[in-house]
Design a protein around this ligand. Structure first.
Ligand SMILES: NC(=O)c1ccc[n+]([C@@H]2O[C@H](COP(=O)([O-])OP(=O)(O)OC[C@H]3O[C@@H](n4cnc5c(N)ncnc54)[C@H](OP(=O)(O)O)[C@@H]3O)[C@@H](O)[C@H]2O)c1
Length: 322
């Protein structure tokens, strides 16, 4: 297959691009900059918001997997929030336009979205059918609505695109756990090794996650499954409270102590790390209803075994993800 990855220079793009290239597929990454060489990957320039010669890569491709978007791991300033929104909406719109105008459109457009679209909850888990979307929960900081609004606008852009010959899937993805540098797992593992991997603000908030091997396999599954379109949750079937998630990670890493942190300590930590506490404190309880119904089998459904695998790979003692 020819697979086009807009925004494929980032954390997930490296994980997925390397795997797809390793399987013999032609991989083209759209980037705004002069990206370093990646084996098996061809880089093509675009600006993420307007049509250009790059659209020729989409015409005649088999799969488009759009990963572009300003990182959400930042301070939620007005300017950053605007860029988080615009980079997602603009790139989805321009990718949709390229597919609409293609003489030979791809058979599937997988558009990255996020599990953050669901409401903050510790109640019943959110699947695609009965799940409650966020944005107006009474008991959370009002500004948490921004990331939900961004996610809704992102998905709307894909939904509105007129691409009758291209199946559209919105990937409502939970936090991806991968030993690939630059992601959430390596940061959490580093904190755990420093003795800082204790519960934050009580640790009862739910953590939804997916192992990088299962993320890649689920994407390959969705490429093949012609009968699946619309929103699909990419998350392991067993989200768990954050305190338990970190305790399990410490066990896997052989670290005994994990100092707890209060909400205000988390605020200070997030400030120092130029991040936002929503990423830690929002309770995301998201389950993969549609994937399981379609017959997808997770290799890493539960966190203890996934954490063992990830820690071993981070130490370099295991081969790449399966
Ligand atoms: N990692 C996760 O756990 C996770 C979970 C759920 C959803 N997601 C979503 O999945 C996508 C990929 O995640 P990631 O972790 O790979 O993110 P990442 O490392 O931040 O990479 C995203 C890529 O988007 C491009 N980009 C950044 N700002 C842009 C802009 N203003 N306009 C156009 N392109 C821009 C960049 O490519 P260039 O600089 O090369 O143009 C960058 O490499 C993101 O949208 C993220 O929100 C990630």
């Amino acid at each position: 297959m020819k697979v086009v990855l807009p925004g494929g220079t980032g954390h997930l793009g490296r994980v997925l691009g390397r795997r797809l290239a390793g399987e013999g597929h032609e991989v083209v990454v759209l980037t705004r900059r002069a990206a370093g060489p990646e084996p098996g990957v061809r880089h093509v320039r675009w600006d993420g918001r307007s049509a250009g010669p790059w659209t020729a890569e989409i015409d005649g491709s088999d799969v488009v997997l759009n990963l572009a978007g300003r990182s959400v791991n930042c301070r939620y300033t007005r300017a950053n929030l605007r860029e988080m929104l615009n980079s997602r909406v603009d790139s989805a719109r321009v990718v949709g336009g390229a597919i609409e105008r293609a003489a030979r459109p791809p058979r599937v457009w997988l558009q990255m979205s996020t599990a953050t679209i669901y409401a903050h909850t510790s109640g019943p888990p959110n699947d695609e059918t009965t799940g409650v979307l966020g944005g107006d929960e009474p008991d959370v900081p009002a500004y948490w609505a921004y990331s939900v609004d961004i996610a809704k606008a992102w998905e709307r852009e894909q939904r509105l695109a007129a691409t009758p010959h291209t199946r559209k899937v919105a990937l409502r993805t939970a936090m991806v756990m991968s030993p690939e540098p630059g992601g959430a797992f390596t940061m959490l593992l580093r904190l755990a090794r420093l003795g800082l991997g204790g519960p934050v603000a009580g640790g009862a908030q739910y953590m939804s996650w997916i192992h990088d091997g299962d993320l890649a396999r689920a994407i390959e599954f969705l490429i093949e499954r012609e009968d699946v379109s619309g929103p699909v949750n990419l998350s392991a079937p067993e989200p768990l409270p954050y305190g338990e998630f970190l305790r399990t990670l410490r066990t896997a890493a052989g670290v005994r102590v994990g100092l707890p942190a209060t909400r205000w300590m988390a605020e200070i930590g997030a400030f120092v790390l130029r991040s936002d506490t929503e990423l830690l404190l929002k309770s995301r309880r998201v389950v993969p209803g549609r994937l399981l119904k379609a017959g997808f089998e997770f290799n890493h459904p539960t966190w203890p075994t996934a954490a063992d695998d990830l820690v071993s790979r981070a130490r370099g003692s295991l081969p790449p993800a399966t």
